[in-house]
Design a protein around this ligand. Sequence first.
Ligand code: FE
Ligand code: CA
Length: 524
Amino acid sequence: MNPPVFPLSGERALGRRAFVGSSLSFAAAALLSNTRLRAAARPSFSADPFSLGVASGDPTPDGVVLWTRLAPRPLEPGGGMRPEPVEVAWVVADDEALTRVVASGTAVANPAWGHSVHVEVSGLRPGRWYFYQFRAGGVESPKGRTRTMPAAGSLPDRLRFAFASCQNFESGHYTAYEHMAREELDLVVHLGDYIYEGSAQRGRPRLHNGGEIFTLDDYRLRYALYKSDPALRAAHAAAPWIVTWDDHELANNYAGDIPGKPASREEFLRRRAAAYQAYYEMMPLRRAQLPSGPDLLLFRSLDFGRLATFHVLDTRQYRTDQPQGDGRKPPSPELLDPRGTLLGERQRAWLDAGLERSAGTWNVLAQQVMMARVDLARGPEVLHSMDQWPGYEFERRRVVRHFRDRRVKNPVVITGDIHSNWANELVADFDRPDAPPVGVEFVGTSISSGGDGAIEPAFTKELMSENPFVKYRNNERGYVRCDVTPAAWRADFRTVPYVELPGAPINTRASFVVESGRPVVRRA
Ligand code: FE
Ligand code: CA
C-alpha cells in the first residue's frame, strides 16, 4: 500500500475546488493566517493525537463533512494539546489504500474549538464511496469510509441506513455499534442522548469520569470518554452520520432556556453554550451549525435523491416547558394550549414548508421523542411522559394533520429517547384510535441506556390491546436498520440480548414493512 500524499500546505483538488475546512470565524481565520507558518511547523505529540478517531457526516451529492479532533491525552483538560493552532492535512480517495486521491487540503485545528477539525469537502461525485484520512505532525489518523448522497433529482433504487440513540456509557457496552460497523449502510442517523451528563454511579458496568458536567471542559471530557470506546469510533469511521441531539447532551429533560433548579436562566444559558459548543466540536457538522453562544441551528434537511428526504428536528432548544399532568385521556386543556410547542414557530414553519415542497418518496422526520400517544388505564407513569409529543398535544395534532391535509408523501417518524423499540401507526386524532393512519413511526431502542433489556416489557399486551395503532414493543438494546426502496420501507429491529457484559451477538428480533402510499405497519 502506498502512503497517501499529503501537501505541505495550501489546498489541492484534482480539477475541483476543495475547501479548507475548519471551525473558524472569519475574524479568527484572518488572525490565524499570521500564525499559519508557526502552526505548520511540525507539531510533536506526546501520544497519538487521533485518539478520538475520525468521522464524516451531512453528505450532499457532491461532498461531505470530515471530522477529527486532536487529543493525545483525551481524558485530561486541554486534551494534551498546547493552546496553539495546529495544521491538519486531509485526503479523500476513491480507494481504501488512498492511492487514487481525488481531493486534499489542510485545515486548522484551533484551541478555541477544542482542536476540532471540520472539513467541508466538495467536488466529489454523487452516490459513491470514498475513503479519507488526516495527518498532523507526521502522524496519520485511522482511515474512514464515507459516501456522498445520490444525484439531486435521481431516484435511487435503494437506501440502507440505521438509526440509533441513547448510549449511556455507564449502562453497558457498545456491542450494538460493533455490529452496526459491519453492516453495509449508506448512512447512520443518531437521534440524541449521545452522552449523559450525570455523575459516576457506583456498581455500573462502566464509570463516568467525575461528577455532573457543567463547563466546556467537563462536556469535552465526557465526549472524550464516550469516544474512548472503539466500537463507537468504528461505527463513525464506517459511514457518514446525520446527527441530532436530545436532552442529555445538556441536561435531563430540559426545555429551551428554562433552568433546572437551582440555576438562574443566565447560569443555565452559560451551561447550554458549553454543552452546545462541545457538541459541535465532537460532531461532523457544517459551518451552518457553528454555535453562537447558547444557540446552535441543528434542524436541517438532507435529500437521498428523490427516494427519501430527512427532516432533522431539534425538539429541545425551542420548546416550552413540559406541562403538568399525566396526559391521560381526555387531554387536559393545558395540553391543547396553542402556546405549548416542541418545535418553536420558526422550526415548525420550516418543517411545514419542507414537507410540502419535498420531492422525497419517503419523508423522514428524524427526531427525539415519541409522537404516538399511547394510553394505558393501569400502567407505569413513563407511558404518559409530558416530555414527549403528547405533552404538546396541540402541536402534535397540527403536525399529524399536516401530513393528512397536505397529502405529505409517506411520512415516517423515527424516534429515540425512551430506550425501547416500537412500531406505531400515526392517526390524526388519538381520541379516535380507529381513525385511518396518516403516517408511521418507528421508535428505536437505546444502544446501552437501561442496561440489559427484555424481549417483551411489562404491560405490553394490555398496551397493545388498548392502543391498536401500536404494532410492536420491545426493550432490548440495539438499533433499527432500514431498507428503503421506492415501493416499500422495511425496518429490522436489530437487538443484542445483553450489554452489561461485552460480546453479545446481534439478531433481528422483528421486521416490519410499510408499502408506499399506505401508512400501515405490517409484520414482514
Ligand atoms: Fe436516553
Ligand atoms: Ca432523552
